[in-house]
Ligand binder design. Structure first.
Ligand SMILES: [Zn+2]
Ligand SMILES: [Zn+2]
Length: 126
């Protein structure tokens, strides 16, 4: 994996575009029930990067944050609903950006699976 350079991402409607400075601290699939609800999917998939290197290049006014817990904030595009990031007010130096919004496709490893106790049984195996 390329440890330097930038990751680039955008939402489904294209209204929001962002970049994030590598390196990725770790990437994860989170199967918690909140991620399942928000993503409408088996997991939320994230790359954890430094918040200081996260820059919204376009559409900052479209990003809405939902407070899913005392400290958790989930950013999404208010036009198309794309999930963009998860962050914690308890760790403001980090932000977890969604792998599915990255362009080109994320090519790094995913090191962690979180909340596997609620990993859905319908998730296909391979
Ligand atoms: Zn959008
Ligand atoms: Zn989760």
């Amino acid at each position: 994996m390329n440890e330097t350079g930038q990751l680039h991402g955008s939402c489904l409607c294209g209204g929001v575009a962002y970049r994030a400075q590598k390196p990725v601290g770790h990437a994860s699939h989170c199967y918690c029930t909140m991620c399942q609800k928000q993503h409408g999917a088996a997991a939320g998939s994230y790359a954890n990067v430094a918040a200081a290197g996260y820059v919204v290049e376009r559409g900052a006014d479209l990003i809405t944050e939902y407070a899913s817990s005392d400290h958790g904030r989930r950013g999404f595009c208010k036009i198309c609903g794309s999930t963009l990031f998860w962050r914690s007010t308890q760790a403001p130096e980090r932000i977890a950006i969604t792998l599915g919004t990255l362009e080109p496709e994320y090519d790094g490893p995913v090191q962690r699976e979180l909340h596997t106790d609620t990993k859905p049984a319908w998730l296909p195996l391979r």
